[in-house]
Design a protein around this ligand. Structure first.
Ligand code: SAM
Ligand code: SF4
Length: 348
């Protein structure tokens, strides 16, 4: 049981024992994704509207506060932290948090990683490695610079390529993430596979999820990955493998390239039964499921006292509300997203 002991006067906080997080379905929560900002220097058409209203900066937790919350999660059994966003590398002074969390690797934390659009990677790659980061995900939906500009609206393909080069040179292992979009990149996936595997990177394809209002019709873009897989099987030999990275992807090996391809299929195949994740936003809101609206406020507990016992209690209460799974449905009649918030609030 928890013994949530408070501070007495000005005495140093008494230690509360932090129980591991086990949800009502017996799943242990060991993976925390942290959206360090909702802002981004791209406006990917499937992720954001062009004119987005972002959170006022005053509502954000400081990086020190985020670090404290992450430490509380590590005390409660989190072994892997992924920084995401928005674009994590556009948050001012983000390397402070990376460095602080990096110090926890080997003492509680097993892995610190991040998901990035790659735009700022060239200038941060070496420092990321120096802080203990060893693997990162870079989102890349096309190899064509014009199409890249179209899908990201504001992105510069050459900069992302420079970022990938710099990251590999620094020793970071990269996995590329591509959202599969029917008329946009479905035909390009074979080339992207060859490119990724030719450079020693895994590739993961993701089904587009109905999150947040965007300027386009999502049903036009949606491509079930079962279709993509059937298509790839006409050109490549795919073998299912047990490889896991702690996330929801299911992997195959491609005989012709010798590399791995991951499928993330929130829409066609529900992967929730083995969910080990929760998501923290930059305002200290905890989402227990990417595909549900229910959330818990950790900021009040964090700011109430320097003693982490209130934070532990708030986390414990939140975990009792972790749902069995999501129920993303594209509302085809009204073309409304299943979840009102954008992916950039909670990260991928
Ligand atoms: N800005 C960083 C990036 O793009 O890698 C991190 C945040 S971004 C929200 C994380 C991942 O979510 C990206 O790989 C992106 O392609 C994916 N994503 C964004 N909106 C999505 C949606 N509606 N459905 C599926 N994936 C989405
Ligand atoms: Fe930005 Fe990533 Fe969303 Fe693209 S997917 S707009 S890069 S947060």
């Amino acid at each position: 049981m928890n013994s949530h002991v408070g501070t007495i006067g000005n005495a140093s906080p008494l230690v509360a024992d932090a129980d591991p997080m086990i949800d009502p379905f017996g799943r242990a929560v060991t993976y925390l994704r942290v959206s360090v900002t909702d802002r981004c220097d791209f406006r990917c058409t499937y992720c954001m509207a062009e004119n987005m209203t972002f959170l006022p900066k005053k509502d954000l937790l400081t990086l020190e506060e985020l670090n404290r919350l992450c430490s509380a999660f590590i005390a409660k059994g989190v072994r892997k932290i992924r920084l995401t966003g928005g674009e994590p590398l556009v948050r001012k002074n983000i390397m402070f948090l990376v460095r602080e969390l990096g110090k926890r690797i080997g003492s509680g934390l097993e892995e610190l990683t991040l998901t990035t659009n790659g735009s700022q990677l060239a200038r941060h790659a070496e420092e990321l490695y120096d802080c203990g980061v060893r693997r990162i995900n870079v989102s890349l939906d096309t190899l064509d610079p014009d199409k890249f500009r179209k899908i990201t609206r504001w992105g510069d393909f050459a900069k992302v390529m420079d970022g990938i080069d710099a990251a590999q040179k620094a020793g970071l292992k990269i996995k590329l993430n591509a959202v599969a979009l029917k008329d946009f990149n479905a035909a390009e996936i074979p080339d992207m596979l060859r490119f990724a595997h030719g450079r020693g990177m895994d590739l993961t394809v993701i089904e587009t999820m109905p999150m947040g209002e965007i300027d386009e019709d999502r049903t036009d873009q949606y491509l079930p990955l079962s279709e993509l897989r059937a298509d790839l099987e006409r050109q490549f030999t795919l073998t299912d493998i047990a490889y896991k990275t702690g996330g929801p992807a299911r992997y195959v090996e491609i005989a012709e390239t010798g590399g791995r391809l991951g499928f993330i299929t929130p829409m066609t195949h529900n992967f929730c039964e083995s969910c080990n994740r929760v998501r923290l936003t930059c305002t200290g809101t905890l989402y227990m499921c990417l595909g549900q609206n229910d959330a818990a406020d950790l900021r009040s507990a964090l700011r109430a006292t320097q003693d982490d016992s209130l934070v532990y209690a708030a986390i414990d209460e939140a975990i009792t509300r972790k749902p069995k799974g999501h129920d993303f449905i594209i509302d085809r009649t009204h073309n409304r997203p299943a979840v009102a918030r954008h992916m950039s609030v909670t990260g991928g």
